[in-house]
Design a protein around this ligand. Structure first.
Ligand SMILES: C[S@@+](CC[C@H](N)C(=O)[O-])C[C@H]1O[C@@H](n2cnc3c(N)ncnc32)[C@H](O)[C@@H]1O
Length: 281
């Protein structure tokens, strides 16, 4: 039996009881220390690739407790364990994303949730550019400063939500300029990136809505380029000129971030594609 427990600053009595009697307890060193798991029963998470084979080896009869942050089903260990063919029970705590929006006092049924933790920053930046309410799970070198730098040409408000649930939890609301100056960022943290102009919610669907406007009319060349690329949420297009702008309109409709180089000749970051008039690169 493998039971995966969420953790956000506090361990439940159920987790403490199960960890005290499990054959193996898997988690971050800090969590294992807090639960006083003896060396011979612990697997320290870090290189997950070594943890999974040990869990598989322990066999079906072993009682295994895995501790992971927040809701382990959201950008968490559940995917990896399932991919290894393991059956699990999950006991979630609130996700750090839910805790971040709660700390900011904001609803989030209209938010996008992305992770740049150990991943490419560009798709996360594209989502923050395309949609005005995004929760970003960050990493030490891919955090609020890098987000603010990549979105420097846009009006955005940042909520830096550090060490949620811990005794030293801190939540700060910042402008882009303030975010760029930060030199005291604690880990882990979630960053909410908000467009102050965003109003209302789509109501029936989570995440970024499709624009309600009808599809724009475009010429054949723009339609051909759009069909070849099929840009979507997570992609960034830099466009220039009539054809470029038409591809941009379709791409925006499809959720991609679009920067018009005629209006903003030196945007930060790098695009997925550039369409300069009809020339694609
Ligand atoms: C691998 S993801 C796991 C997310 C987790 N499953 C959840 O629901 O919160 C790790 C990221 O979650 C965020 N995170 C996890 N615990 C946090 C906490 N206590 N405070 C703020 N952010 C946290 C950070 O962005 C961190 O880089």
């Amino acid at each position: 039996m493998i039971r995966v427990h969420g953790y956000l600053g506090q361990s439940s009595q159920a987790l403490r009881d199960e960890a005290a009697t499990a054959n193996l307890v898997v988690g971050g060193r800090r969590h294992l220390d807090a639960l006083e798991v003896p060396e011979e029963r612990r697997i320290v998470l870090g290189a997950l690739s070594t943890a999974v084979p040990k869990i598989v080896e322990a066999g079906d009869d072993a009682r295994i407790v895995v501790i992971a942050s927040g809701d382990p089903g959201l950008f968490g260990i559940v995917r990896r364990l399932r991919a290894a063919g393991l059956d699990l029970e999950v006991v979630p705590e609130p996700s750090s994303v839910a805790a971040a929006f709660a700390a900011a006092g904001l609803p989030w049924d209209d938010a996008e949730v992305v992770s740049v933790h150990g991943r490419d920053l560009a798709p996360g930046l594209a989502v923050c550019r395309a949609w005005g309410k995004v929760a970003v799970m960050t990493g030490p070198d891919q955090g609020i400063r890098e987000l603010a730098a990549g979105l420097a040409d846009l009006r955005r408000t940042y909520w830096l939500c550090e060490r949620l649930g811990e005794t030293d939890q801190r939540v700060r609301r910042l402008t882009g300029a303030e975010a760029l100056e930060l030199d005291d960022i604690a880990q882990p943290n979630v960053v909410l990136v908000l467009d102050p102009a965003l109003t209302g919610s789509v109501g029936w669907r989570l995440g970024a809505p499709r624009p309600e406007a009808p599809l724009p009319q475009v010429d054949d060349e723009a339609a051909r380029i759009f069909c070849r690329l099929l840009p979507r949420l997570g992609d960034t297009l830099w466009v220039r000129g009539g054809t470029g702008r038409q591809v941009g309109e379709l791409a925006r409709h499809n959720g991609a971030a679009v920067v018009d180089l005629d209006e903003n000749p030196t945007p930060p970051g790098t695009p997925t594609w550039t369409i300069d008039e009809g020339v694609l690169s």
